[in-house]
Design a protein around this ligand. Structure first.
Ligand code: G4F
Length: 331
């Protein structure tokens, strides 16, 4: 059975992809950062499963700038597929930490491509790119041929990485693909992203644990889809005969305000009774008109996004209510 290596395995996408690959009989290796905090909550069920951990799932310590260690792990594990999900992924934070964002998100990808170039057995490679590469595009919806016009440090770093993947595919013949992902969410989304921040606050307020939510601008519109649906498509990209880039999106946008309203309404609340706004959550520049055209993924991969943003608002709020209730009974 095939072997996969995943960078960013402890994240939202990494955890869903790991579950999907293990269910298909893969052996999965994951790179994790060495920190004193060993909590990896999204992987906990697999990590504590004696039939899985160190049988078909293995974790290895390596930072993205530690090329010697990454090369050693690649030579030792000989993966058939390499999913590169790791990197600083918070757009707002990238304005505060542009250097490390470019170092990990941009240069981190180039460093892996350079290692792959020298390997005898080259795995198929998938880079998780982002709609942020389009920034303020001239056309809507965007597809794989839309010119890149990033307006955030994160978007610039992702543009560099995306173009390097294309260059290594075209110049060095690597089987290297970009999954150009629009926002994709789930109950496992990090709590600093707006969707999860909203659904967690709605759940807390509905249970009487808090009374307010503090946000930045509500005007931004996003093409929000479901994370496990997007990781399914990521796997399909590496099963094709030839490498290519694919936009993963729903083709529909909603404003932050619409998502907020749907989440609060799902637990019988009016967000206007609880909202405060703070400029600290507003960004020096915002992307505009970002909405993806997933036609290429639909035709080539047979992939269709099924979950809408408003479904996600309800599902994620219900999951947050459930986990808060469980926490209360376990304490
Ligand atoms: O949830 P967000 O932080 O997501 P953003 O910036 O679109 O980035 C996410 O999606 C990209 C595309 O897939 C990824 F490349 C990237 O890695 C990440 O996963 O913000 C969404 C919107 C923005 O308009 C922001 O200004 O929500 C607005 N917002 C309003 N108040 C807030 C807040 N965003 C955050 N994070 N926190 C707030 O309090």
């Amino acid at each position: 059975m095939p072997t996969a290596l995943i960078t960013g395995i402890t994240g939202q996408d990494g955890s869903y992809l790991t579950e999907q690959l293990l269910a298909q009989g893969y052996t999965v290796h994951g790179l994790v950062r060495r920190t004193s905090n060993t909590v990896r909550s999204r992987l906990d069920p697999l990590f504590h499963n004696k039939d899985v951990y160190n049988k078909s799932l293995f974790l290895h310590y390596a930072d993205l700038d530690d090329t010697t260690t990454i090369r050693r792990i690649l030579v030792k594990t000989q993966p058939d597929e390499l999913y590169h999900l790791a990197g600083q992924s918070h757009v707002g934070a990238s304005f505060d930490i542009p250097e490390s964002t470019c170092q990990f998100t941009g240069m981190g990808t180039l460093k892996i491509l350079e290692i792959l170039r020298d390997l005898e057995k080259q795995p198929r490679f998938l880079h998780i790119s982002s709609s942020e590469i389009f920034g303020r595009p001239d056309e809507s919806p965007q597809n794989e041929r839309t010119p890149m016009r990033p307006v955030t440090p994160y978007g610039v770093a992702k543009t560099f990485a995306t173009q390097m993947v294309q260059l290594y595919r075209e110049s060095f013949g690597l089987f290297a693909c970009n999954a150009i992902c629009y926002n994709h969410e789930s109950p496992r989304r990090g709590e600093s992203f707006v969707t999860r921040k909203i659904t967690k606050a709605a759940a807390e307020i509905s249970l009487g644990l808090s009374d307010e939510i503090v946000l930045g601008s509500l005007d931004g519109r996003r093409d929000w889809g479901s994370a496990p649906e997007y990781t399914t498509a990521m796997h399909l990209m590496l099963q094709q005969d030839t490498p290519d880039d694919y936009v993963l999106a729903t083709g529909q946008t909603h404003s932050v305000e619409e998502f907020l309203d749907a989440a609060f309404q799902s637990v019988g609340l009016d967000y206007k009774d609880h909202l405060k706004q703070n400029p600290k959550y507003m960004r020096p520049a915002e992307v505009t008109r970002l909405v993806g055209d997933p036609t290429h993924a639909e035709k080539q991969l047979g992939w269709t996004p099924a979950t809408t943003a408003l479904d996600l608002a309800k599902q994620m709020t219900a999951a947050d209510v459930e986990s808060l209730k469980q926490l209360a009974t376990s304490n």
